[in-house]
Ligand binder design. Structure first.
Ligand code: 5RP
Length: 220
């Protein structure tokens, strides 16, 4: 679905990268198309991966990688998103990588998000639940606390519980339309056992939306 649009977004983002940059590499199918387009440009860059999966993809394509703690700062990060609401607020974490993605995002001078047109929504939360990374210890207690905000569903794939790169679990909290995403983010993160939410508020400088008619550039 929307493969050509994802490809167009990935290629447009690769054009933003210049030799000498340290580049944050996002996670997911759209970000993977960006990583492939970037590798084709054969620039002299250093990548900082947001997941084990992205690190192995980048390495296989010959992109030099560094750990975030080995670099001073990231010049530009390109990542995908699951849903984009008003003021370029984001829901991320469909690939269970949102904690690392958020750390890399905050370390980056510029953040560009690439999506196909199906991800745009009028009200954040109308299309996607909020992924919340939770430590395994007593996660049923954390589940109970999360019920205050909606219906939390422990993420499973092919019959087994999904674990993040850090070994934690994900609850997808079906919260409906979110009127105040910043307040919801704060309230969820105040629960012991919650590592991070997939709400990214005020963290996208630019969104590149690929549609049938071309790539649109949105700024906050
Ligand atoms: C991973 C993410 C991804 O960026 C998000 O899930 C989008 O993925 P895709 O490009 O495959 O739709 O946040 O945690």
């Amino acid at each position: 679905v929307n493969e050509a649009q994802k490809q167009a977004a990935g290629e447009a983002a690769a054009q933003l990268v210049e030799s000498g940059m340290t580049v944050g590499l996002g996670t997911g199918s759209t970000a993977a198309l960006f990583v492939r387009a970037l590798a084709k440009r054969r620039l002299d860059i250093t990548g900082v991966a947001t997941s084990v999966a992205t690190a192995s993809l980048a390495r296989s394509l010959g992109i030099r990688l560094a750990e975030l703690d080995e670099v001073d700062a990231i010049d530009l990060t390109i990542d995908g998103a699951d849903e984009i609401g008003p003021q370029l607020s984001l829901i991320k974490g469909g690939g269970a990588a949102h904690t690392r993605e958020k750390i890399v995002n905050y370390a980056s001078r510029r953040n560009v998000i690439i999506v196909d047109g199906s991800k745009m929504s009028k009200s954040l939360g109308e299309k996607w639940p909020v992924p919340v990374e939770v430590v395994v210890f007593a996660h049923l207690q954390t589940h109970k606390r999360l019920e205050e905000f909606g219906r939390p569903v422990l993420r499973q794939k092919a019959g087994s519980v999904v674990r993040t790169d850090a070994g934690n679990v994900i609850y997808d909290v079906h919260a409906g339309e979110i009127r105040d995403p910043a307040a919801l983010d704060r309230a969820m993160r105040a629960i012991p056992g919650v590592v991070e939410t997939g709400l990214f508020i005020g963290r996208a400088d630019v969104v590149l939306v690929a549609e049938a008619s071309g790539v649109r550039r949105l700024t906050r």
